[in-house]
Design a protein around this ligand. Sequence first.
Ligand code: NAD
Length: 335
Amino acid sequence: MQAAERVLVTGAGGFIGHHLVTYLVRTGHWVRGVDIKRPEYQPTSAQQFEVLDLRESDNCHKAMRGMDEVYALAANMGGIGFIETHKAEIVRDNTLINLQTIEAARLNGVKRFLFTSSACVYPAYRQKTPDVAPLREEDAYPADAEDGYGWEKLYMERVCEHYRSDYGLETRVVRFHNIYGPFGTYDGGREKSPAAICRKVAMAADVDTIEVWGDGRQTRSYCYIDDCVEGIHRLMRTEYREPLNLGTDRLVSINDLVDIVARIAGKAIRKQYDLTKPQGVRGRNSDNTKLRQVMGWEPATPLEQGLAITYDWISNELRKQGRLTAREDPAAINP
Ligand code: NAD
């Protein structure tokens, strides 16, 4: 690697941003982290961390001073329960954050700018069955993105393209597919399915029933956080400028996910389906053909391995907070 670039990570107080900072510092970069809040579960390893609200243009300029590269992760977001019920707040906040962040990057002479988009940009009409065809990058058009969060991401992808062609700012765009791992939100309403399921299984006793959103047959693919941060860094280093999927292509149903976590926990778990809860698209998978071509690499952590680490971390957090009794957590009493 060349001498330490000075790198800004926005959203460095959040799940992926926090891990990305750790990765970049470990690989020799000088990192400034910025977020509206500090990381919740572990101190940052960034050389500098500033608490700034990036909806304000002045703060975007402050964040950008002296930076060579920017990883733009800051966003008001959450799992399907959150994004389906906070559409105005999400599009307002993320439009302000993203436009002002890229404009400040341009005006402050940043060389490379990576924007974190989402599989939510893909059209609903391609995600109607559980055994869905994996989504290729070009499938995003004709557009019919998730209405709110997804449309804002798709719009910002276009903004990146225009800033590159009109102003010469080197932009990179990554589309994440369900990133999971330790230090991610696991309760409070913004959590996503792997973390929510780990929490529910940890808080259940053997042979208890947990609530599953929808009929459990909806499908997704899941990518472990260590693969995610390595992938983002690799993409920043390539000359590939179009949006690129970052995920795995192993399709599993929510029922499968519950069964895997139950096996990890060593509990027989029963499922009760709540069809009134949001469940998002019926099926979604990542086509990694282009990812392999561009990077000669793809995420490799097996789901069982990543979930075991995630389950351990979440159950430990719950234990520390005194939220598990001997009924759910006999190991704590008889280790
Ligand atoms: P996260 O919510 O943990 O992190 C986002 C961070 O942005 C939070 O720490 C939040 O405080 C910060 N933020 C929000 N508003 C801000 C503001 N006004 N000013 C400064 N900071 C602000 O989410 P994450 O999972 O780490 O996601 C990181 C990025 O990746 C986001 O852009 C998200 O949309 C995208 N993404 C994530 C996933 C996933 O599976 N986790 C999937 C698709 C896309």
